[in-house]
Design a binder for this molecule. Structure first.
Ligand code: DLZ
Length: 164
């Protein structure tokens, strides 16, 4: 296993060359989401995904991430999608609703479309925890982890194309 500037590991030889990846970002808590997006950029680049093969779109908040993912997945223009958001319990009266619906919706989109969707939503008690999971080079960044997930799952889907 190889590791990058993060806490997760990529399978040996994982190569994203030629893959097209959609990134959907929530605007809520955008300073945190920007840090996740930087991690995604580092992760995709380390796996050989070219910047011109990355489609970047924004949605208002994490609740809209599944719909953003659905739009990209159904477009036929991406091999996998990454959803980025930050839901902070201390700042959100309906934390459980937003976080739960986002998670359930993302799973539904990937199972319904057959296009892998990586879950890059930080669900934390406070901002300090969110910062600790979206660190710069050398630290843990969940965005970086989702880049590895997206490439790994896109390759798996290519290896076993749907017969239906
Ligand atoms: C409304 C809301 C709240 C209170 N908190 C967050 C949050 O912490 N993180 C986030 O990504 N979005 C939040 N939102 C916005 C919802 O995701 C959604 O955009 C709105 O409810 C409109 O559908």
């Amino acid at each position: 296993m190889t590791t990058g500037d993060h806490g997760a590991a990529a399978p040996p030889g994982l190569d994203g060359t030629g893959l097209r990846i959609g990134v959907v970002r929530a605007r809520w808590n955008s300073p945190i989401v920007d840090r996740l997006a930087a991690g995604v950029g580092r992760g995709l680049s380390s796996l050989g995904v070219r910047p011109e093969d990355v489609v970047d779109v924004e949605v208002p908040g994490s609740f809209e991430l599944p719909m953003g993912a659905r739009i990209l997945a159904a477009s036929g223009k991406v091999d996998a999608v990454i959803c980025l958001g930050s839901v902070i319990r201390g700042e959100t009266s309906h934390y459980d609703l937003v976080a739960g619906q986002a998670a359930a919706g993302i799973q539904e989109v990937q199972l319904a479309t057959g296009v892998p969707v990586a879950f890059g939503i930080l669900t934390t008690e406070d901002e300090a925890q969110a910062l600790a999971r979206s660190e710069d080079v050398g630290g843990h960044n969940v965005g970086y982890d989702t880049a590895v997930v997206a490439v790994e799952m896109a390759r798996l889907a290519q290896q076993y194309p749907s017969s239906s």
